[in-house]
Ligand binder design. Sequence first.
Ligand SMILES: NC(=O)C1=CN([C@@H]2O[C@H](COP(=O)(O)OP(=O)(O)OC[C@H]3O[C@@H](n4cnc5c(N)ncnc54)[C@H](OP(=O)(O)O)[C@@H]3O)[C@@H](O)[C@H]2O)C=CC1
Ligand SMILES: O=C(O)C1=N[C@H](C(=O)O)C[C@H](O)C1
Length: 285
Amino acid sequence: MNNTIKLAVHGAAGRMGQRVVALASGADSVDDASGFTVVGAIDHAEHPKSGQDAGVVAGLSPIEVPISAQWPDDVQVVIDFSLPEALDSCVEHCVANNLPLVIATTGLSDGQKESLAEAARTIPIVWAPSMSLAVNLSMKMAERITSALRDVAGGVDIEILERHHRFKADAPSGTALKFGELIADAMDTEQPVAHVHGREGHTGQRTRNEIGYHAIRVGDNPGEHTIVFGMLGEKIELNVAASNRDCYASGALAAAKWLMQGEAGGPKPAGMYNMFDVLGMADGQ
Ligand SMILES: NC(=O)C1=CN([C@@H]2O[C@H](COP(=O)(O)OP(=O)(O)OC[C@H]3O[C@@H](n4cnc5c(N)ncnc54)[C@H](OP(=O)(O)O)[C@@H]3O)[C@@H](O)[C@H]2O)C=CC1
Ligand SMILES: O=C(O)C1=N[C@H](C(=O)O)C[C@H](O)C1
């Protein structure tokens, strides 16, 4: 009997979808990727690779699963790496079929975030802008550094630089925005924190309650974030960089496996989870 977890990948023909299909199909021996069978490789019907074997598209031998807009019936868990405009139908399918869902797509609208919160009342969802262990650990470090420097004499200026490949459609990255959200909370100021995206012209002096964001698009960079903590006389730079996309793919597979490991032997209860939950880094864990 086949006891593996039956996985569908949404956005399967894309850069990330291909790596999830490859790792889950055993392309490399990655612990987090063991124990899955890819049963669905979902992409839009007009995709040029539609109908082709998803394993072949991902650079492997055939896995006998075509890239298709049709969802198979035997799916147990879904991983989404697609586009904001493609996500809604994926969430609707998971809610209608009671399927646990890992959402990695970034650039979502406020309305979509509200819809996700609603969906999480019915199904368990892991939603995170970065599935990478190193990035999530760096987020915890950024919170810690921000708190430690909160009352430093002369103050600290915090700026977030992100670099990604030229094909990336959203800016700044979802990860940069999440770093900013966590840092703003850790700044714990009475004044609201201003999120400043790039600077140009006669901007005046930098204020003390702002976080700056700078999005760089270069070549094939799979994702790099640098958080600069600038003080008078010294600075700290926290840099976290992917060498390839497998940190995200294996993190998403770890999240899918975690969703399938509820206390009662079935999936986790309905709710909104993140990678801190998956990695055991949530407050109080
Ligand atoms: N959370 C994380 O750890 C990470 C998140 N990401 C995010 O994941 C997303 C995908 O990234 P990436 O793989 O590089 O992007 P790609 O553009 O390479 O892949 C997206 C795939 O989704 C397809 N798609 C478009 N419309 C639909 C639809 N209606 N239904 C199903 N599939 C559809 C695209 O087709 P077509 O090409 O024809 O548009 C493409 O094949 C981005 O938002 C990115 O920011 C990326 C890496 C890590
Ligand atoms: O589009 C990408 O490539 C990435 N997107 C995510 C983001 O927007 O934060 C995560 C990672 O940095 C790669």
